[in-house]
Design a protein around this ligand. Structure first.
Ligand SMILES: Cc1ncc(COP(=O)(O)O)c(C=O)c1O
Length: 420
């Protein structure tokens, strides 16, 4: 049998090849450059040698350095220590971990929740653990319906589960297109050869590149009709959407009706790190036994756990931060359009300002930094070709004067670049 001969790559050749890859990325303008923030994360930060209105962080509620969050983190450190030096199931669980899991479940209207080191880990864990379980059966196939623009961690979770078990099919339906999703489901249900055991619909609640959201009321209906499990990643929605910040389900009138919610503690809920899976008790308990990232990765440090508990407490007390975020978002969306910029319409604090060409996005983000606005440009391959944009993210930490400063800079730079 003939076999293609593999050319061995020694370490010297490997490093040369890596250099070449990086050179190419720089030439193609896909090389990611980090601009260090020299202050605490906030509505206004110090970076590139001057004050900047921060329009690039996921610090939606401004909790990243809120005095109450800092105090809770400090107390967490003092009372519960720096680290547990263990995974959860060995000796890495304190009462505060259980309290945070209860608080997340209570806030999201699910029976239970389980912490992970990040939402990335939680998403990978969910798909691989669930689809690796044969439940004592053989000869079955499972199917996952996934939005084409779902977050990388959902895509990787699905990929990993397909590699792990080879009994899972996946269908990527067009972004936020219920008809395309329904078409796939109907096609599969009509096909005798595709007699699926388990069917899961997976969507982001809010999509991070577009700032649009999934119509979860419709998803709940479709999941019920097709007897599918509905999975929603609420990383950009918890603390952001809904009158009380309970996310896309609250915004769509289906709070408490989503089978599985995953989310992060690294955005609105304090901005440090950590993630979770929330859902029925049986599913959460199953994850506690079977999630590999949970079983083989360290438990969250007490400072983060206590600060996250405080973030949820603040949201449960009242909605003033959610409301301030909403007002800031409405103000910025209205004013940036008034200046003549094209944005993707919506309600979310992610406001994509469309500039089409990658070079324009690149130049504008550089010039805006010079003018005191920290905002990142996104271009192909992160978004489709010709749809380059500046992704603005509004925060409750902004005051109207901050937004006005940013709008002035957008006006100046936009005119200079011929965008408005
Ligand atoms: C939709 C979505 N899911 C998951 C994640 C990952 O969250 P974490 O930073 O907790 O891993 C992100 C973060 O960018 C996200 O935007």
């Amino acid at each position: 049998m003939s076999q293609t001969k593999t050319k061995r790559m020694g370490t010297k050749a490997l490093y040369q090849a890596l250099d070449q890859e990086l050179r190419l990325a720089r030439e193609n303008k896909t090389y990611k450059v980090e601009v260090p923030v020299d202050s605490w994360q906030n509505g206004v930060v110090t970076a590139a040698g001057r004050k900047q209105v921060m329009l690039a962080s996921n610090n939606y509620l401004g909790l990243a350095n809120h005095p109450r969050i800092q105090e809770a983190a400090r107390k967490g450190l003092q009372e519960h220590g720096y680290g547990l030096a263990s995974v959860r199931f060995i000796c890495g669980t304190q009462k505060i971990h259980l309290q945070l899991e209860e608080a997340i479940a209570r806030f999201l209207g699910t029976e239970a929740a389980i912490l992970h080191s990040s939402c990335f880990a939680a998403n990978e864990a969910f798909f691989t653990a669930l689809f690796s379980a044969d439940f004592g059966e053989t000869g079955y196939r499972d199917v996952i319906y996934s939005d084409q623009l779902n977050h990388a961690s959902i895509i990787d979770g699905i990929r990993l589960s397909r590699i792990a078990v080879k009994t899972t099919d996946s269908r990527a339906y067009k972004h936020n297109d219920m008809l395309d999703l329904e078409r796939y489901i109907n096609m599969d249900q009509a096909d005798q050869d595709r007699d699926y055991r388990l069917s899961v619909i997976a969507t982001d609640g809010v999509f991070s590149m577009e700032g649009d959201y999934a119509r979860l009321d419709k998803f709940v209906e479709l999941a019920k009709k097709s007897d599918s499990l509905l999975f929603v990643d609420e990383s950009h929605s918890t603390g952001v959407l809904g009158a009380t910040g309970r996310g896309t389900p609250e915004h769509c009138g289906v709070h408490g009706k989503i089978d599985v919610i995953t989310g992060t503690l690294g955005k609105a809920l304090g901005g440090a790190a950590g993630g979770f899976i929330a859902g029925k008790k049986a599913l959460v308990d199953f994850m506690r036994q079977k999630s590999r990232p949970y079983t083989f990765s360290n438990s969250l440090p007490p400072s983060i756990v206590c600060a996250s508990l405080e973030a949820i407490k603040m949201l449960e007390e009242d909605n003033h931060l959610v409301e301030k975020l909403r007002q800031n978002t409405q103000y910025f969306r209205k004013e940036i359009k008034r200046l003549g910029f094209t944005i993707l319409e919506g309600e979310h604090p992610i406001v994509p300002v469309m500039v089409q060409e990658a070079s324009t996005a690149m130049d504008m983000s550089g010039h805006l930094l010079d003018e005191g606005v920290y905002v990142r440009g996104l271009w192909y391959p992160v978004v489709p070709r010709g749809e380059a944009r500046l992704r603005v993210q509004i925060s409750a930490a902004h005051e109207v004067e901050d937004l006005d400063k940013a709008l002035d800079a957008f006006k100046k730079v936009g005119k200079r670049q011929g965008v408005i």
